[in-house]
Design a protein. Structure first.
Lengths: 483, 479
């Protein structure tokens, strides 16, 4: 029998707000344990949460980017469970009446048509702290708690069970990560946990409408882990069912080292969270004016940008796709392209050289020593005939290493192209003198040797000679010899 | 008249003219606390800090720079955070908890130069109507030490009535200020929900809790309310509405006021002497020119049930943080996480608190939520509507505060349901978020005080203060 997987994803993203969702503590990652805390995020007796409005602004951005319907009124709810890294014994989240609903995200798997994935809801909540079991500083059965992360704002994005393959799930996560990075609401770093994904997965015989029993997969800290974990779990479920067994509803943890998913110890989660409306907070009310204000500050989204690059700069689809993948790259390209007539030349340099340098130096776009202004300067120098394409690469690399302005590099290293015929004449004469056989061959009608002779001139000038000028002068001299 | 019997309203004149000093006053109260130790009204007393404050405020008074409440010797119910002091909530589980911050009300009161003399005993986490549910032992009624002072702000009411402090702060979730005020013969006000910031008030039931004053006079209540009221950016549920000058409502007449008597409040279970006291107060108001109108609050009979579902649901979640993990009591020799939770909470919480946590956990559980919690929310709305309808015809309501006068210690301790009925006339006010005040008006044949309650429209404490002040001036002192 053939089985069809049905997959739904729950993604948590940590918002890049300066302060936490219900207090003014910093959200900065990597601080010393338990330093970004106050009575409120510690859940001390008597404290109350107060909503950080920036969180709503970020939520509106994601809602707009996913075409979600923003509820005019949404309410917070308490999700009750005991765990040492949850100081209040409940997490403030949303349950009934979430922030927004009915969103859509367009995904594309290589070689397939684009598909729309439906979002059930996006809601606001607070992050929990971290339990530390590291045996280096606690004894075997002890646990320490770091509360720094407690109260970091999260958005939970819940998809419909719309995915049929792990590849689609990966494409969705890639797209979602791209969107949140574009919006600047989350850095999308799955390794550091600022973006986290849980997956619900079941399989059913092909053609059957009724859903199979689902399991939940947790603890995947990269998009490829999600894909691998889903592949693993689909195989497992199909083999259990094929052998006449049945799937039990449970939560499985992905072990990336061993490439297996194993059932979670049942004590670590509860089935009944006893949700009820949070009495310490008033409903979140978002009016049209607020949405309008945020929508005016929305950046251009990846798909729109790609289309614009094609139309405005006459770039090939492929180039526009690569350049728009990352907002910083796209911005870099646009800045560089501003002062250059040949947009395709800029695109080639960004896709070829700039992306290579980023990869080699393992840096962010913002940290490139070769600024977009420098890049346009180099391309313009080629255009003006000041340097050759080959020299341009050399200049590019030098600028990328040192951050020195291209014109300074060219000057310091004497790389300016020699187009002046009088300056070339002596070198040319010498080359002709040193290669009498080739000259004779030309005179005998072998046109091809022109190329060899040109190469000799270029070598003698360390590549600085303008090939056009050399070519013209060489042909003139040789035809003079002929007559 | 003994100095300690005076309210702050009167005392402040003696302070202003330097007839007495804060220091003398404070020392006198410290002595009273010593003498009244058998009442068990205090959990902690702050002689050192208080003396320092008294000196400081005496200097301010001398230079004419003192705040509105300069020299008020104030007790604070032990579930309101006072920085660097214990905040036990009357519980073993917080018996060692020192709060690192001031509640908003404490900040405001300190800015007006009160002197905090100590923290008051109370029913554990404000759960109780007799102050017998405290880890620190029962509080005794100063008027008859065999009787309860009421609860949960029993320590506050007993201390004010026994002259161990000039005024006190309490908290009221279902009657916890008004019922003990009635039992001890003092004034107690529960303000409109949102009137006073809850920041720093340890939550029992967040949607019902309010801090309020317990005082010797309506005037002191008005003064304290003026200082404590107002929106707070640290409490999203606090209301940013104008704060009236409540003291302007003092000394007024009641001519032309329409005062409602809700007929459902005069039914079975109401002590005859209490009923008579309320009737008498109605007669006095009527003869002073008020119009007395019978009104109906038809959903009153569901109030207790509704209250115990909603309050315990919220409490079960509010009290989840006391788990032994980060602060408070943790059992020794923990085996594993669950063992730490179960034994710390079992040993740390008293019986009534455990009963309410279980009740609340149950009503929120999957499969029961609709039948209990959601239904109770709907009834709460109906109860609110009852009041709104009544307030279309009347300016305020006059009712008994409690069905009886103070009962004997131990009398109801084994019968929680009867105990819960002590709040039958007060809980609706919390459910509807309205202001209510209990003012002593009469005594029963045993000489125990009887309070009457005035219930106002939301954010109209002015009217009930006006009527309460009138009744206080015309109280029946020899019935
Ligand atoms: Zn904080």
């Amino acid at each position: 029998m053939k089985y069809e997987p049905v997959i739904g994803l729950e993604v948590h993203i940590q918002l890049l707000t300066e302060s936490k969702i219900f207090c003014s503590c910093s959200t900065k990652f990597g601080a010393e344990q338990n330093t970004h805390v106050c009575p409120i995020c510690l859940g001390l007796p008597g404290v109350l949460p107060v909503l950080n409005e920036k969180v709503i602004e970020y939520a509106i951005k994601l809602a707009l980017a996913t075409n979600s319907r923003i509820n005019k009124r949404s309410i917070f709810a308490r999700k009750n469970y005991f765990y040492p890294d949850l100081p209040k014994g409940y997490q403030i989240s949303q349950f009934e009446e979430p922030f927004c609903e009915f969103g859509r995200i367009l995904i594309k798997v290589d070689g397939e048509k684009s598909r729309e994935i439906s979002l059930t809801r996006i809601h606001l909540e607070e992050d929990a702290g971290k339990s530390v079991h590291a045996e280096s500083f606690v004894s075997k059965d002890e646990t320490l708690v770091d509360v720094n992360r407690c109260g970091t704002p999260l958005l939970e994005i819940v998809s419909e069970p719309d995915f049929r393959t792990p590849k689609e799930a990966a494409a969705y996560l890639t797209r979602l990560r791209q969107i949140v990075r574009y919006l600047g609401v989350c850095d999308g770093n799955m390794e550091e946990g600022s973006m986290r994904c849980d997956a619900n997965i079941s399989v059913r015989p092909q053609g059957q409408e009724k859903l199979g029993v689902k399991t939940e997969l947790k603890n995947m800290n990269s998009i490829s882990s999600v894909e691998k974990a889903l592949d693993f779990e689909i195989d497992r479920q199909i083999s259990v069912l094929s052998e006449g067994g049945s799937i039990s509803q449970e939560t499985l943890l992905w072990d990336a080292n061993r490439n297996v998913a194993e059932p979670m110890r049942s004590k670590e989660y509860s089935d009944d969270y006893r949700y009820f409306p949070e009495p310490d907070l008033v409903p979140v009310e978002v009016d049209e004016e607020w949405v309008d204000r945020v929508s005016q500050s929305m950046p251009e989204l990846p798909l729109a940008k790609k289309q614009r690059f094609v139309q405005e700069f006459a770039l090939p689809e492929y180039d526009a796709q690569v350049l728009s993948e990352d907002r910083a790259i796209a911005d870099y390209f646009e800045t560089a392209a501003q002062k250059v007539a040949d947009k395709k030349a800029v695109s080639n340099m960004v896709m070829g050289e700039v992306l290579r340098v980023i990869k080699e130096q393992q840096i962010r776009v913002e940290d490139l020593k070769i600024t977009p202004e420098y890049l346009s300067e180099i391309i313009n120098m080629i255009d003006e005939g000041a340097i050759s394409r080959n020299i341009a690469k050399k200049v590019f690399n030098r600028v990328a290493e040192t951050g020195t302005a291209p014109r300074v590099v060219v000057e310091q290293e004497g790389l300016l192209q020699i187009s002046d015929t009088s300056a070339l004449e002596a070198t040319l004469d010498q080359v002709l003198q040193e290669n009498p056989n080739e000259v004779q061959a030309f005179l005998n009608g072998k046109e091809k040797v022109v190329g060899f002779l040109m190469g000799q001139v270029m070598r003698a000038t360390s590549g600085k000679a303008n090939p056009k000028s050399v070519n013209a002068l060489l042909r003139k001299k040789l035809s003079d010899l002929k007559s | 008249m003994d100095l300690v019997e005076l309210d702050f309203f009167t005392t402040r004149e003696k302070l202003a003219t330097r007839e007495i000093s804060c220091k003398e006053l404070f020392e006198t109260y410290l002595q009273r606390i010593d003498k009244g130790a058998h009442l068990n009204a205090f959990i902690s007393v702050f002689p050192e800090n208080g003396r320092k404050r008294a000196d400081e405020i005496d200097r301010k008074l001398a230079s004419g720079k003192a705040g509105k409440l300069a020299g008020m010797i104030l007790g604070v119910k032990d579930l309101i955070s006072v920085r660097d002091e214990l905040t036990t909530c009357g519980s073993k589980i917080l018996s060692n908890f020192v709060s690192p911050y001031d509640a908003t009300v404490i900040r405001k009161l300190n800015a007006e130069d009160v002197i905090i003399i100590g923290k008051m005993n109370m029913d554990e986490f404000a759960m109780g109507s007799s102050n017998e549910n405290s880890f620190f032992g029962a509080v005794k009624n100063p008027l008859d030490v065999d009787r309860v002072p009421g609860g949960s702000s029993g320590g506050s009411a007993a201390a004010v009535a026994g002259n161990l402090c000039m005024a006190a702060l309490g908290s009221d979730t279902g009657g916890s200020i008004r019922q003990p005020a009635s039992f001890c013969g003092v004034v107690g006000l529960k303000p409109t929900y949102g009137r006073i910031s809850r920041f720093g008030l340890v939550a029992y039931a967040s949607s019902l809790d309010q801090i309020g004053p317990v005082t010797k006079s309506v005037a002191d209540t008005a003064l304290l309310l003026e200082v404590m009221s107002g929106g707070d950016k640290l409490d999203s549920t606090s209301a940013h509405v104008a704060v009236q000058k409540f003291t302007a409502a003092l000394g007024q007449d009641v001519k032309g006021l329409k005062i409602g008597l809700p007929k459902e409040y005069f039914s079975e279970g109401l002590d005859k002497q209490v009923a008579d006291a309320v009737s008498l107060s109605a007669d006095i108001l009527k003869s002073a020119g008020a119009e007395i109108i019978e009104v109906s609050l038809p959903h009153t009979e569901y109030a207790i049930a509704t209250y115990y579902i909603l309050a315990t649901a919220e409490a079960s979640s509010n009290l989840a943080r006391y788990d032994g993990a980060r602060y408070g009591y943790r059992v020794p020799d923990v085996v594993d996480l669950e063992d730490m939770y179960v034994r710390s909470r079992t040993e740390g919480f008293g019986a009534e608190v455990q009963r309410r946590i279980m009740l609340g956990t149950y009503v929120l559980s999957a499969g029961y939520y609709e039948a209990y919690y959601r239904k109770a929310q709907k009834v709460r709305t109906l109860i609110k509507h009852d009041f709104e309808r009544a307030f279309q015809t009347v300016d305020c309501l006059l009712t008994p505060t409690a069905p009886t006068t103070a009962f004997k210690i131990g009398e109801k301790v084994d019968d929680p349901l009867t105990m819960y009925l002590s709040d039958v006339y007060t809980v609706s006010v919390n459910l509807a978020g309205l202001p209510g005040i209990s003012v002593p008006f009469a005594q029963d044949r045993a000489g125990l005080p009887i309070g009457v309650q005035l219930i106002g429209k939301a954010f109209d404490e002015e009217t009930i203060i006006r009527v309460a002040d009138f009744l206080e001036r015309n109280a029946d002192s020899n019935s």
